[in-house]
Design a protein around this ligand. Structure first.
Ligand SMILES: [Zn+2]
Length: 81
């Protein structure tokens, strides 16, 4: 059974997940990973906030930097720190 999502896959799936575009099985696999990986839970929650913020009418100070911080934070998670 190939049902274990890696942290790297979470990065690839996160946007579709937050937008509700994952199929049922994909979402179930991702959520199973979140159940075992606090680092990815944090990442998902921060992405959710970031995505919501980016959709507000005044995104002026929310383009590059917020995303960069997230990517850096998640790279630390992948390194196991
Ligand atoms: Zn993870």
């Amino acid at each position: 059974v190939v049902d274990d999502v890696t942290c790297a896959e979470v990065v690839e799936l996160i946007t579709a997940y937050l937008e509700g575009r994952l199929s049922g099985p994909e979402r179930a696999r991702l959520e199973a990973h979140l159940g075992e990986c606090p680092g990815c839970v944090t990442y998902v929650e921060q992405m959710r906030v970031t995505v919501a913020a980016l959709r507000t009418p005044s995104p002026d100070d929310l383009d590059g930097p917020a995303q960069d911080d997230l990517v850096r934070l998640f790279r630390d998670h992948l390194r196991g720190t």
